[in-house]
Each structure stands twice: as structure tokens, then as C-alpha cells.
Design a protein around this ligand. Structure first.
Ligand SMILES: [Zn+2]
Length: 387
């Protein structure tokens, strides 16, 4: 008889794999595939062509369309430089909490989803269940789109996706989209006493950063649309969180690099913001080139995550509301894979155990009561989809 692990045992196992986004997740995926296989569940993979990372998906129940997809990511954020009281890659129970990297974001949910899939496999499902485990969520949600595309020809089309990011088991029906650009201003070095003959990359970059400040001021002052008003803050934000440049106080800086990021409210065109930024970049670049023609500004897109649009009576939201009894409206300002599932034609909602406040922190934990609430959710989901 194959061993059926409990949700806690599954979480312990998943957390023992140090699947930090920069490293491989293949040992974890191999283990999951082997576990499912031991129960007679066939799993499938999306294999990244450029790096040692796999996504996994599987289907149980009738071979029909309309599955409920349980979606989680397998990567976690690094623990470098964080002061942990316990080994981050093993689960430690203390004070009513399970500590460990990923307990909250989001291997706790992954474990619950795996548990539900195996239970569903042995039960009598009327509606099929699917699991989808991605990678590279933490570095800009870049792993889910190719995984979702790979699922389409292999599995019957799912109808609703529950993205188990930590939401304290509330139904989150909307989030902002995001896009970010690495910006590299290439100036021209001269002694600062002759600055009119050089191009200071920092001071040129400052014009772009000041543009971000102006956009924030304008957006903050504008009256929000009904859709935007559901978010906090109710407007698109433009942010520079990292900057680097210059070599000496008396040399016009040759290089200045920074990250220009946009969090865009649903209903507003993300590409419009990209276009506006690029046109400002070209304007500043023209001023630079007028002094030294070989100067330039190089832009590369770092991430592009669609927002989650609130649905009108969406299936995913309805399922979660019926199970949890949560009928309030919740929107968040962090990005997830939910908008990517929605763009691929799934009804999508975010609902998972734990609080986003504990995600990415040293001594990350999930309240045991939250983990149990997640378990309870899965049991009720199984009742709902069973004949
Ligand atoms: Zn997450």
C-alpha cells in the first residue's frame, strides 16, 4: 500500500528542499512526481529550456473539462542575511506556529493541494481537480505563463483556479498588475569642473526618477475610477527601489543603474505606462546625446505581471465564498499568478492559509490554526466536487 502522507508531513517534506528562486527546484518536483506516481497519479512537467527548473501539473477525477485547479509556486525567497532562530529548511513547531521558509509562502498550501489531489484520486469525484506547481514566482511570476501554456494540450481545460497565496483564507478577487524596467544610463566621464562637456549618468537618471515622482503626484491627485477605488492606494504607483552609480565625487558619473517599477490598477493599461516611460527615456537621452553623441539609456524589461480583474460572479470566487463563508470584498496590491490564469481563460481567485505579513520574513511561520483552516477548506472542497 502506498503511504498517504498527512498535510503536515507533506509540508515538512516540501520545506526540506531549499528551492530558493535562484536555485534548481527539480529535486522537489521529482519527489512530488514520485509521490503522485506511487498513488497511480500521472503528472506532467513543463521543463524550462534555459535553467534547471521544472513545473508540474496533474489531473484527478473524470477526464472532463471544468476542473478546479489548485495553483502554487515551489520557489521561496532567500534566507541570506536573515537572522533565523531555527533551520529555515525544516519545520519547527513552537507557540502554536509552524516555522520554516515557505510555511506561509507557500509550501503550506502546496502541501494541502497535494493532499487534496491524492484524497480526490481515491474518492468519487464528480468535478475533476488539478494541481499546478510553478517556479520563479518570486522573481516576477515568470514561470507560470509557460506552465499554463504547457497544460493546455495535455490536460482537459480547467474552469477555475484557486491561487493559494497567503490571504488568511479570505477570497481575494483583485490585485494590481506590475511591470518593471532595469534602466542603465550610460554617461560620459570628465572632471566635474568641466561638467558641461561630459554627461553625468546619475544626474540624467535623476530626471527619470523625478518623472516618477511627478507621476505619483498626478495619480494621487486624480479621482479614482470605481475599479481603482477598490485598491489601497487607489492609483498606479511608480517606484525606484534600487540605484547604483558613480565612482568619485569629482567625476561626472559614467554609469547609473536603477529599477523603475510600476504597480498598475486593473482597468488601466500597463503598456500605456511602459510607453510613457520609454518616451521620457528618449527625451532625456536626446538631451544627453546633444552633449556627447555616444551616450545612451538602455532599458530592459525585468517583469510583466498582469493584474487580477475582479470578476462578476466568477466561478472561482463563488466556490471559495461558499466554502469559507467569506462574502467581503478583498483586494491586495501585491502581484500573483492569478492574473496569468485569468488571462488564459480561467476564473481565478486568491485564497490560501497564512498572512502575507509573514511572507519573506526571517522566522517565517504559519499559524497552526491557519494551516488547519486550509485543511478544513480542502475537506469541504472535496465534498463539494464529489459525487
Ligand atoms: Zn507566494
Amino acid at each position: 500500500m502506498p503511504i498517504r502522507l498527512s498535510p503536515f508531513e507533506l509540508m515538512e517534506k516540501l520545506i526540506s528542499f531549499p528551492t530558493v528562486s535562484r536555485d534548481t527546484n527539480i529535486p522537489l518536483i521529482d519527489w512530488v512526481a514520485g509521490y503522485l506516481d506511487s498513488h497511480g497519479i500521472q503528472s506532467h512537467r513543463y521543463v524550462d529550456p534555459e535553467q534547471p527548473k521544472h513545473a508540474l501539473f496533474a489531473h484527478v477525477g473524470p477526464w472532463d473539462e471544468g476542473a478546479i485547479v489548485l495553483s502554487g509556486h515551489t520557489d521561496v525567497v532567500p534566507v541570506d542575511g536573515q537572522a533565523w532562530d531555527t533551520d529555515p529548511f525544516s519545520v519547527v513547531e513552537k507557540d502554536g506556529r509552524y516555522f520554516g521558509r515557505g510555511t506561509c509562502d507557500m509550501k503550506g498550501f502546496d502541501a494541502l493541494a497535494l493532499w487534496a489531489l491524492v484524497e480526490g484520486h481515491y474518492g468519487t469525484l464528480r468535478t475533476p481537480l488539478q494541481i499546478a506547481l510553478s517556479f520563479d514566482e518570486e522573481i516576477g511570476c515568470t514561470g507560470a505563463p509557460p506552465m499554463i501554456a504547457a497544460m493546455q494540450p495535455v490536460l482537459p481545460k480547467g474552469a477555475a483556479a484557486i491561487i493559494g497565496e497567503p490571504s488568511t483564507m479570505q477570497a481575494v478577487t483583485g490585485h494590481k498588475g506590475g511591470t518593471g524596467f532595469d534602466t542603465h544610463v550610460v554617461g560620459f566621464e570628465v572632471h566635474s569642473s568641466l561638467l558641461h562637456t561630459g554627461v553625468n549618468a546619475i544626474m540624467a537618471g535623476a530626471k527619470l526618477i523625478e518623472w516618477a515622482n511627478e507621476m505619483n503626484t498626478l495619480n494621487m491627485a486624480a479621482k479614482p475610477t470605481a475599479l481603482a477605488a477598490m485598491f489601497d492606494p487607489p492609483f498606479t504607483t511608480v517606484h525606484v527601489g534600487m540605484i547604483q552609480g558613480g565612482t568619485a565625487h569629482n567625476i561626472t558619473a559614467k554609469d547609473c543603474r536603477f529599477a523603475m517599477d510600476f504597480r498598475v490598477v486593473p482597468g488601466e493599461d500597463k503598456d500605456k505606462w511602459a510607453t510613457a516611460y520609454l518616451s521620457k527615456v528618449r527625451e532625456v537621452e536626446a538631451q544627453m546625446k546633444a552633449v556627447v553623441p555616444e551616450t545612451e539609456i538602455r532599458i530592459s524589461e525585468r517583469f510583466d505581471v498582469p493584474g487580477l480583474q475582479p470578476e462578476q460572479n466568477g466561478l472561482a470566487e463563488t466556490i471559495v465564498r461558499q466554502i469559507t463563508g467569506d462574502n467581503a470584498s478583498h483586494k491586495v496590491s501585491y502581484g500573483t499568478e492569478a492574473g496569468q490564469f485569468q488571462n488564459a481563460g480561467y476564473s481565478a481567485v486568491i485564497c490560501g492559509p497564512g498572512s502575507i505579513a509573514q511572507a519573506h520574513q526571517p522566522n517565517e511561520f504559519i499559524e497552526i490554526s491557519q494551516f488547519n483552516a486550509g485543511h478544513d477548506f480542502m475537506k469541504k472542497l472535496l465534498v463539494r466536487v464529489s459525487a
